[in-house]
Design a protein around this ligand. Structure first.
Ligand code: CMX
Length: 441
């Protein structure tokens, strides 16, 4: 049976030819135009990047290599006795475009176990960081500290042909993904559990072992981890973490630099950090209102949030225009495993009340919940009550998507990214020139 690397290598040649043919025959075809509002407004909707691993439709939500989340939950291999898909499977799918077999997934689990040991010097570096440092900062630092392990950087220094770039990138990505659950669990236990650590269990899959090392042994939490780490893995290329990874990688920075940078972007409250903000907002709300609120109380609370010039965390999206299917998958999980959880009840009540209010408020283009509106309540239910850690889960998962694309970007020889920026002076002059031309017609 072909290994994942052999399987991937077979895909490179035909894909390179496909892209070269498109560029030769249609390189000048326009697929997007940019308005002044887009230049000032975060480049929303400008099609100017290629991302192979997933695609986001505003109304349908995410498809991973063409598969929706319900399809993945059905078709990807599961742990023995489990019902949720294994993250090893989504990595295989994102990288190769094909659904893996049970054996393919088992091979990745074994491979990641072999590569998972953390070097001693990393613990020395981590111990020097104050425990109160935000877990996302610790996570980014740890990834960056491992950069000296980069095989890509070493081979580049030694002199490597461009066509080989993907090979050491693949090795770096495998090594890094293998280590992320250990790094994350180490940060969690060091920060919140008196620095008492739990050794990995080699009989478990990647996500199950992560749950075990965190110290939560409930089998349902292992299932949650599998689902969570699959659904957060990729959300096409334009979001801050994915685009950051892509941009940094385009300078031929190795996977350690790229992922550390992506994690820094994910740590923003308008992106991944929203998951901790949601739980903080809900806990404050329950404290202020003395438990599960009535609809009227909640409506007032949401209006108060908006009138204070703050966002309702977990709601809205730059691309989506309906409820995020990642929210719905987590809601389904909650309905099955924790229907009576009080925080889940509040999350459900917010879902009933907030969209109408956001529509009346009239600002957010999308009044529906995103992935972050739900994840915290599930983690809290299983005892992960430290919200500041929540975005680290997102980061472990997001690494799967952005690093799969990074290997493809090197395999396809994507060049350094360098869009053109303009000044407000230039925009004003351009407006004047266009107005003069129009008047002369
Ligand atoms: N609550 C209040 N106001 C909101 C809002 C929300 N949830 N979502 C958008 N708005 C506001 C924006 O702040 C903006 O206001 P201004 O015109 O005063 O600047 C206006 O509505 C228009 O924004 P938009 O075009 O609808 O949204 P953007 O594409 O600019 O931003 C996002 C998208 C996600 C940053 C925004 O909806 C938001 O801040 N949501 C809350 C934070 C959040 O949940 N982020 C997580 C997103 C998912 C992820 O990446 O993890």
């Amino acid at each position: 049976m072909a290994t994942l690397k052999e399987k991937f290598a077979q895909k490179i040649g035909p894909m390179r030819e496909r892209v070269q043919r498109i560029l030769k025959d249609y390189g000048d075809l326009k697929i997007s135009e940019v308005t002044v509002a887009q230049a000032y407004g975060g480049m929303r909707g400008v099609k100017c990047m290629v991302w192979e691993t997933s695609e986001l439709d505003p109304f349908e939500g995410i498809r991973f290599r063409g598969f929706t989340i319900p399809e993945l939950r059905e078709k990807l291999p599961k742990a023995p006795g489990g019902e949720e898909p294994l993250p090893e499977g989504i990595f295989y799918l994102l990288l190769t475009g094909e659904l893996p077999t049970d054996d393919d997934v088992k091979m990745i689990t074994e491979e990641w176990q072999k590569r998972s040991a953390l070097p001693d010097y990393l613990f020395g570096i981590m111990k020097a960081v104050p425990k109160e440092t935000h877990p996302m900062t610790q996570f980014s630092l740890a990834i960056l500290a491992l950069q000296k392990e980069s095989i890509f950087a070493e081979r580049y220094r030694a002199g490597m042909h461009k066509l080989e770039y993907w090979d050491p990138m693949f090795e770096d990505v495998m090594n890094l993904l293998a280590k992320l659950p250990l790094i994350a669990a180490y940060i969690y236990r060091r920060t919140y559990k008196d620095d008492v650590h739990i050794p990995p269990d080699p009989s478990l899959d990647w996500a199950g072992n992560f749950a075990h090392m965190l110290g939560v042994e409930d089998p349902a939490f292992k299932e949650l981890m599998r689902l969570y780490l699959v659904i957060h893995s990729d959300h096409e290329g334009g979001n801050v973490s994915a685009h950051t990874c892509h941009l940094v990688g385009s300078a031929l920075s190795d996977a350690y630099y790229c992922l550390s940078a992506a994690i820094n972007g994910l740590a923003g409250p308008l992106h991944g950090l929203a998951n901790q903000e949601v739980l903080r907002w809900i806990m404050d709300l329950m404290k202020d209102l003395g438990g599960i609120p009535t609809k009227e109380q909640l409506e007032k609370y949401i209006w108060d949030t908006l009138n204070a010039g703050k966002v309702v965390p977990g709601y809205g999206h730059a691309v989506l225009r309906k409820t995020d299917p990642r929210y719905l998958a987590q809601r389904e999980f909650a309905l099955k495993y924790l229907p009576d959880d009080p925080i889940f009840k509040v999350v459900s009540l917010v879902y009933e009340v907030a969209p109408d209010i956001l529509m009346k408020h009239g600002k957010a283009k999308n009044p529906w919940p995103n992935v972050d509106a739900h994840s915290g309540c599930l983690l809290y239910h299983y005892g992960i009550t430290e919200y500041d850690f929540y975005t680290v889960f997102f980061g472990v998962s997001r690494a799967i998507g952005v690093l799969s694309q990074l290997i493809w970007s090197r395999a396809l020889g994507f060049p350094i990214e360098r869009p053109k920026s303009v000044t407000t002076d230039w925009i004003e002059k351009t407006i004047e020139t266009i107005k003069t031309q129009q008047a002369a017609q």
